[in-house]
Design a protein around this ligand. Sequence first.
Ligand code: UD1
Ligand code: CA
Length: 456
Amino acid sequence: MSKLNIIILAAGKGTRMHSSLPKVLHRVGGKPILGHVIDCAKSLEPQKIIVVYGFGGETVKQVYEHENITWVNQAEQLGTGHAVQQAVPYLDADANTLVLLGDVPLVDHQACAQLIAQANEKLAILSFNKADPTGYGRILREASGNVSAIVEHKDATEAQRAITEVNTGIMAMPNQHLTQWLSRLRNHNAQGEYYLTDIVALAVQDNVHVVAEITQDEWSVTGINAKSDLVHIERVYQSRIAVKLLQQGVTLKDPARLDVRGELSCGQDVEIDVNCVFEGYVTLGDDVKIAANCVIRNAIIAAGTQIAPFTHIDDTQIGENSRIGPYARLRPGTTLAADTHIGNFVELKNAQVDVGSKINHLSYVGDSTVGKHVNIGAGTITCNYDGANKFRTIIEDDAFIGSDTQLVAPVTIGRGATIAAGSTITKNAPADQLTLCRAKEQKSIAGWKRPQKIKK
Ligand code: UD1
Ligand code: CA
């Protein structure tokens, strides 16, 4: 196999996005557009990836700091040929180069691999048939079918504009030819730009064979120019993920109402109801059921667990056969062991809850360690924050916390302890005893009247 260099063109301004964010950092499936292109490039195992950046480049570089990428600044955008010229000093003389566009998020590994396979001693370009080819470079072929040139829309004659085979912008060729052709580019055209596409005619002059591979998958070569392109591509991307999940045996109540903005991996017999959003890395074990309208981010949910509607889960691990929600909120740092029940309007943050424990109604449990088979009654609040510092609450196995209790941390509730409803607990409660802390007596005042509105 020959050496491979990949150049990603990403210097364009993206004016039509009307955004302060560089175009290539807008997201598809939760990942920046450029991230999709970089991932495809990496999957081709090149010796080098070179990104030509311009507008907003520093921000772009920061996002991909950890990647092994050569960054080349194209200060002035004088055309695609000029952009590739900027990368020439970094190319390996004995390699082939694949040129990719930084704004084509669904770029396909297979199509690129096929072009690369052709690039030895040839110029291989990826084309497609576009019903309305307006704006694209047209592929000119001789009667024999051989490609002779690409002519840009603005430079094309009426007859050439009728051609529907267009250039995707993706091409591959040997570097010794590329560098030579680039040095011969001129900007004598309608846009006064250095067109990369002019290398096709130069190749023909040099008797280098040009092949155009026609792709049928238009979405895989569609670039993003405006927000409307972004939403279309997002739907295509999501429907492709849904198809993959269905193929793996996941039950989706409606594949059109699922959003995966990251990576979702599922065991057997997983069911997902409508309008669920998965972000980051989410793993669902066998038989997990996710009801409608849940947002789940960076979570591992073990086999047999059911998540009821309108539940938010963020950075949390949940053990087997648990019941969560509806309307539960699990915040970062939370781990639930097997057979736990978390009910409606319960918020957990950095709480570790052991096997078989239940927090079923209207509670806040934060910075807490909860033992096995604990029952936390409705309206229990761990007061973990004094306005400056956070403290932990420890509730040992088999404890029972009565409703409407405040546990003022740092505090420990002993094993098997019972806390009476309505208590404010500020000191450790001993094991196996009833602890209560309420107003001393219940009073009734005879003849008391409710206040009346004062008439004006
Ligand atoms: C280009 C092709 C055209 C093809 C079309 C496919 C040329 C001359 N034309 O046209 O044949 O049909 O793509 O979408 O190549 N870029 C730079 N620096 C520049 C100019 C562009 O980095 O100076 C980058 C852009 O960020 C973008 C890519 O190159 O990612 C394509 O640029 P764009 O302006 O969209 O090219 P088109 O004129 O649409
Ligand atoms: Ca374009």
